[in-house]
Ligand binder design. Sequence first.
Ligand code: OGA
Ligand code: NI
Length: 379
Amino acid sequence: MVHPAQGQTVQDLAAGDLAAPPSRYVLRENKNRLTTPELAAIATIDVSRLTATATAADEEEAAKLRSALQSWGLFAVTGHGMPESFLDEILSATRNFFHLPPATKEKYSNVIAAAAAGGGEIDGETKYQNEGYGIDRIDTDEQILDWCDRLYLQVQPESNRQLEFWPPELRELLEEYTLRSEHVFRRLLAAVARNLGFNSEFFADKVGHNVSTYARFTYYPPCPQPELVYGLKPHTDNSVLTILLLDNRVGGLQILRDGRWLDIPVLTDGELLVIAGDEIEIMSNGVFMAPVHRVVTSERERISVVMFYQPEPEKVLAPSEELVGEDRPAMYKRIEAKEFGDGFWDAFAAGERTIDFLKVKVVEQQQQQQSEVAVSTSA
Ligand code: OGA
Ligand code: NI
C-alpha cells in the first residue's frame, strides 16, 4: 500500500506561499536548532597523492586520510581529476531538473502503476519504489517527513539501469560522472586498505567488481520556518563510502560529534566530500565509524548530488578477520549486503540506524563467548 501522502512533493508544497511548514514535517522536540553551530574543521585530501608507491609527501597524505577517517569519518577531496566546470555543469543540470514543471518531473515518479511493476495487481493501484523522482518512503502517519525531494537512480552495474527514470538532460553527465566518481571511490578504497596494513585490493575484493552504485539528486526547497524541520533526518549512509557533490552556495550539512552538531562548511569549488558509510564500519570492525549526519534547511534552496557505493548484493558484510582478535572481538554480525541494503529503507523510514534496526551489533555477552571460542581454538 502506498501512503496517501507519498505523491506530495515538498517543492510543490513550498511553492504554495506557506507561512509555516505543515505539521507532518515539524519536529516534535526542540532539537536546539537555533544555536549557531561551529564549523567542523574537516581535512582535505588530495586523492592523486594516494598511491601504492608513495613518496614521503604521499605518505603524509595517507596518514591524513587515516586520521580524517578515524576522527570525523568524513573529509573533502581534491585531485580527483574532474574539472570544476564539469562539476558545475552537473550542479546546474540538477538545479534545472528540479525547476522543470511538476508534470514533466512526474514522468520519473517513484510512485508507479502497480501493473507496470508486474504482479497482476488491480487496475489503478499504485506502488512505491525507491528508484525515481519524489519523496522518500512513508511507512506511517506518525513519521516526520524530511523537507526535500529527490531523484534516486541506480547507476551501476550498468545492466541494472532503469533508463526510463533518467531525465534526458542528466543522462550524459551522469554517465560520465559515474565513471569518474568510481575511479575516486576505488582509489580511496585502496588507500584505506593500505592504511590498515593490507594490500590495495583488500576491500576491493570484498565489495566486488560490480559494485552497486546509487545516485541521489536532492532538492531542499526554501523553508518558511527552517528551524522546525529537517532537510534530511539524522542518519548514517548505506554505503562503503559516499561521494558528495554539494551546493556551492548554501550549506546545511551537519555532523554529530561528541554529542554536538557541527556545520560542514560550504566546500571550495571543485572539491567533493567523502563520508564513511555503514559497510566500511562493519568491514573494518569499527576501526572506521560511519558518522551520523543530517541536513538543515534555510530560506534558500539547496541541492546535492550524492553517490553511494555498495558491495555486490550477494557479498557478505562482516568484520574482516584480520581486524578481529582477543583484544578486539567482532563488533558486528555477518549479513548479506542485499539484506542490509533492503533493511536500510525500513530503518531510514523509522529514523534509526540500519546497524541498530537489523541488530547487526554484537552484544557484549556474545562478544564474550566469541572471544572464549577464539582463545580455546588458539590454545
Ligand atoms: C545523503 C546525505 C547530504 C546532503 O543523501 O545521505 O547525507 O547534503 N546528503 O544532501
Ligand atoms: Ni547521508
